[in-house]
Design a binder for this molecule. Structure first.
Ligand SMILES: CCCCCCCC/C=C\CCCCCCCCCCCCCC(=O)SCCNC(=O)CCNC(=O)[C@H](O)C(C)(C)COP(=O)(O)OP(=O)(O)OC[C@H]1O[C@@H](n2cnc3c(N)ncnc32)[C@H](O)[C@@H]1OP(=O)(O)O
Ligand SMILES: Cc1cc2nc3c(=O)[nH]c(=O)nc-3n(C[C@H](O)[C@H](O)[C@H](O)COP(=O)(O)OP(=O)(O)OC[C@H]3O[C@@H](n4cnc5c(N)ncnc54)[C@H](O)[C@@H]3O)c2cc1C
Length: 664
């Protein structure tokens, strides 16, 4: 606006090489270059404007999303973008759309659960977007309990077809994104019935709409489920309702990698575990963890820049007031979130590796790491999305009153993000899965079966059950070994305590239900240990760039010590640390905040977000917040006229009536 960088002084304070940190954040130089190029391309294109979203009515909003999705596809083709570049383009367009489900779930479901033949038939159509697909699992009556789904797929040997049917109101498909108004096809989950026998839930490719005029095919009732939380936000998505009235599909449209139905109607299972039917969810949970660091870093970038711009109190001798970022309370709320954004980035990278590894093993029928992959994706999805949703809301509060304005970008970011705590598995339901995995691990400890992967720390259970932290000075908390031992012993002791309590119940399922709140806490402790240990492992790698490693070490320590402070009840009650050591951790945390303070703006610059992507006046790169806020207010449609519409109908008569009353 005035061409001045109002945050220049802050940027000059940085003690590390920001460009090198940008590469660490992106994952590699190549990833940085792709991301940088595509984000600028999107930002410069008026076709991807998004600042008017909160003002649009639903129909207008939705049509605008359809236009953008079509335009994005046109640009992808015109520019011959690779799959990686196309995914980045969708990311920077930053508008939830049916394409997320098409590319993010429909295509992966066919890839993961379809046979070679099925993949050859359907994937080319999906890749060219000649068909558009959704993921139709959840129903009105059941989401978490997948085994409770009611839609049926009954094999008819006479015609070699499945008959898909919604027998009850609660069996109506409810929630699938892209289903409401767009998808031509869906991977639909239904109970497979052959010869009167129920074989449980399986996936089927079902055509829903005509490829000629988009009308629903015979027997199909389909529509949108209605407005969701927040203005704009996730209302760009057509989450849908769908009912089947005896809809017939050919037998070869059952996804048959895990199990098959023969021409004669015989049900056969391959050697692969039935849980592979849930494989698409495992894949998406892994992407959601990577996405948590994006959403949190975005909110943190806004709150950090604004905290450096905003001044309140503390003026001395007529000088400027204090920047709110210098208040220790502001730092204590903001810097752990900054550290969490980095921590989630690195654990997301690791989880991607784990997922790739398990997928390669599955190709060779090695299913040994599947339970670990399920527990890690479920647990980390849960812990990172909960912290991110809470963190975005905290960032809104960190921005005071202006954070509540839509132009801060934070209300819409929160509204779009918060369902991540529910979709792809309710966070509590997923933590209970982790708890089951932990209880199984503890029960096998004496059996000679060595715990592996993320539970390998349980291999030293005797030591972890009785060790005492040897921290004596605040600086001792900077040793990775001191942090790891505290987190490992806390996680181990919480799991073992649950396992011991479970033995008091004659019925294990009853015991599990009764102790579920404690089990969830044990699962959280285990997942936080994974995040801390993956951050520490990251620091063992070669990290080029002046001062970059030092900054990451400070952030890693802030992440771990803040968790230790927040959950000190766990650490103290299990006897892993003493009250004195908890207090020393807090002392160390304060001095880490002072270390990060001069680098805070540079650390959020390292995310390399364009102003378009941030979509926030408070977070704009140049920090010129006040003129921009002032100008934006006048652009609000309510200010199109000085005297509002409705004055003559509703305000004037009121004022006149008051005048008459006053005269009386
Ligand atoms: C030119 C090219 C151009 C390319 C252009 C590209 C552009 C790309 C653009 C964009 C891409 C965007 C990508 C974006 C990503 C997607 C966006 C997401 C948007 C949001 C979507 C949301 C979708 C949904 O919500 S779908 C519905 C999700 N539903 C759930 O998650 C339900 C949760 N419930 C469950 O998972 C299960 O019911 C359960 C696990 C809770 C319980 O299941 P159960 O009853 O069957 O099991 P048990 O508890 O009895 O356990 C038995 C046994 O099984 C083990 N188990 C359970 N689950 C799994 C699993 N998944 N994997 C492995 N093992 C599992 C369990 O541990 C038990 O084991 P035991 O050993 O104990 O027996
Ligand atoms: C924005 C959005 C997009 C979605 N997109 C899709 C999609 O594309 N495709 C699709 O198929 N689905 C989709 N879903 C559905 C989503 O996957 C489910 O809503 C989700 O899995 C949670 O299930 P539920 O709604 O049945 O919750 P419920 O299970 O009914 O949860 C209600 C409460 O009960 C608790 N609870 C449930 N079971 C237990 C238990 N065993 N122990 C303790 N507590 C429990 C939960 O913690 C929660 O507090 C979407 C949902 C949303 C919000």
């Amino acid at each position: 606006m005035d061409g001045i960088d109002h945050l220049a002084d802050e940027r000059n304070k940085a003690q590390f090489d920001v460009d090198a940190m940008k590469i660490v954040w992106a994952g590699s130089r190549h990833a940085f270059e792709v991301s940088d190029r595509i984000s600028k391309l999107v930002a410069a294109d008026p076709g991807f404007r998004k600042d008017n979203r909160p003002m649009l009515g639903r129909n207008e909003l939705f049509k605008n999303t359809l236009r953008k999705a079509a335009y994005a596809w046109k640009r992808i083709i015109e520019l011959h973008l690779s799959e990686e570049e196309a995914a980045k383009l969708r990311f920077y367009v930053d508008e939830p759309a049916y394409t997320d489900l098409h590319w993010g779930m429909f295509v992966p479901a066919i890839k993961g659960q379809g046979t070679e033949e099925q993949q050859q038939k359907w994937l080319p159509l999906a890749y060219k977007m000649q068909i558009i697909g959704c993921y139709g699992q959840t129903e009105l009556g059941h989401g978490s309990n997948v085994q409770g789904l009611e839609t049926t797929a009954t094999f008819d040997p006479q015609t070699d077809e499945f008959v898909i049917h919604s027998p009850t109101l609660t069996s109506s498909k409810w929630w699938p994104g892209g289903l409401g108004k767009v998808s031509t096809h869906g991977v639909i989950y239904a109970r497979l019935i052959t010869d009167g026998r129920d074989h449980g839930v399986h996936g089927f490719i079902v055509q829903l709409r005509s490829l000629e005029d988009h009308s629903p095919l015979p027997g199909i009732t389909v529509g949108d489920i209605g407005m969701k939380f927040g203005n704009g936000a996730y209302n760009t998505m057509d989450n849908g309702v769908l009912r089947f009235d005896h809809v017939r599909i050919p037998r070869d449209q059952m996804l048959m990698r895990v199990s098959q139905v023969t021409r004669e109607g015989k049900y056969m299972q391959s050697d692969v575990p039935r849980q592979l039917v849930y494989g698409t969810m495992v894949y998406v949970r892994q992407t959601i963890v990577a996405d948590a660091s994006c959403a949190l870093s975005r909110a943190v970038c806004i709150a950090t820049r604004y905290s450096a711009v905003r001044r309140q109190f503390g003026s001395q001798d007529g000088g400027p007031e204090s920047q709110v970022i210098d208040y220790k309370t502001q730092q204590n709320r903001l810097f752990p979130l900054l550290a969490s954004a980095y921590a989630f980035r690195f654990v997301g990278e690791w989880l991607k590796w784990l997922y790739t590894d398990v997928t390669q093993r599955l190709q060779t029928n090695d299913f040994s790491t599947l339970p670990e992959a399920h527990a890690c994706t479920a647990g980390l999805k849960s812990v990172t999305t909960t912290a991110t949703a809470d963190g975005i809301e905290e960032c809104r509060k960190l921005c005071g009153g202006h954070g509540y304005l839509c132009t801060s970008g934070l209300p819409e970011l929160f509204a779009v993000y918060v369902p991540a705590c529910t979709y792809e598995g309710d966070n509590i339901v997923l933590l209970l899965q982790v708890a089951r995995f932990l209880m199984k691990t503890v029960s096998q400890l004496g059996s000679g079966k060595k715990p592996v992967g993320t539970t390998s720390y349980m291999g030293q259970i005797e030591h972890l059950m009785q060790c005492r932290s040897n921290v004596q000075r605040a600086e001792d908390w900077l040793k990775p070994s001191a942090i790891l031992e505290a987190f490992e012993s806390r996680a181990a002791r919480m799991s073992v305590a649950c396992a011991q309590n479970l033995t008091k119940f004659t019925n294990p399922e009853e015991g599990f239900a009764e102790l579920s709140a404690d089990l969830v806490e044990a699962a959280v402790a285990h997942c936080q240990l994974i995040i801390v240990s993956k951050f520490i492992e990251k620091l063992l790698q070669d990290i080029p760039g002046k001062g970059v490693r030092e900054q990451l070490e400070a952030l890693c320590n802030i992440y771990a010590l803040f968790l230790l402070h927040k959950h000190q009840g766990d650490f103290l009650s299990t006897g892993c640390i003493t009250a004195k050591q908890a207090s020393l951790a807090n002392d160390q945390l304060r001095s880490l905040y002072s270390q990060v303070r001069p680098n805070a703006i540079a650390l959020v610059d390292a995310f390399n977000y364009t102003d378009h992507f941030l979509g926030s006046i408070l977070g704009c790169y140049d920090g010129n917040v006040y003129p921009k806020l002032y100008e934006a207010a006048w652009k609000d449609p309510l200010n199109d006229s000085v005297v509002p519409e409705g004055y003559h109908e509703y305000i004037r008569p009121l004022l006149k009536q008051n005048l008459r009353t006053a005269r009386l």
